[in-house]
Write a protein that binds this ligand. Structure first.
Ligand SMILES: [Cu+2]
Length: 168
């Protein structure tokens, strides 16, 4: 009788292990590992990058997509980084056919929507670079939102697809 109980227990353990196995298996290809017990991020920043410019350029821009998975609008209200003297939020305005950069107090990320920071539109401006940036080096950008969220995103320095200054 005792041996039978032991066998039953063994079987039960085996069953539990078998049932648990799929859950502990590696996630499907391309799925980023989710931190354990972390609530889903309300604000998510995708493909952040800093534009690589010639070494003499005093300023450059950072671009990204900011997604808001929450049910309230949020505003990006400040940014900072360790390689430039100042960091501003900018947009481009069309003034009589000429695109001009203007500082803005915030960049709105609508509830359930996204803000596109891209060349010719909103961007984070790195003003007064303290040294030339290298291609592919990673700049930590700190982003502050009006709901108190502060995120640090890793933005690699990338060569623009279309050169900002075409060679002469
Ligand atoms: Cu700018």
């Amino acid at each position: 009788m005792k041996a039978l109980t032991h066998l039953a227990r063994l079987l039960a353990v085996t069953l539990v292990v078998t049932l648990l196995a799929p859950a502990s298996a590696a996630p499907p290809e391309g799925t980023p590992p989710a931190p354990k017990d972390a609530p889903p991020a309300k604000i998510e920043v995708k493909s952040p990058h800093v534009r690589l410019l010639p070494p003499t350029a005093p300023n450059t821009g950072a671009f990204m997509v900011i997604e808001n998975h929450g049910d309230a609008d949020v505003k990006l209200v400040r940014a900072s980084n360790p390689v430039s003297r100042a960091t501003e939020l900018h947009t481009h305005l069309d003034e009589g056919g000429v695109k001009k950069m203007r500082q803005v107090p915030f960049i709105l990320v609508p509830a359930g929507g996204q803000a596109l920071l891209q060349p010719g539109g909103f961007h984070v401006m790195l003003i007064g670079l303290e040294r030339p940036l290298r291609e592919d080096e990673v700049i930590p950008l700190t982003l502050g939102f009006d709901d108190g969220t502060e995120l640090v995103v890793e933005a690699p320095v990338k060569r623009p697809v279309a050169p900002a200054h075409a060679p002469k």
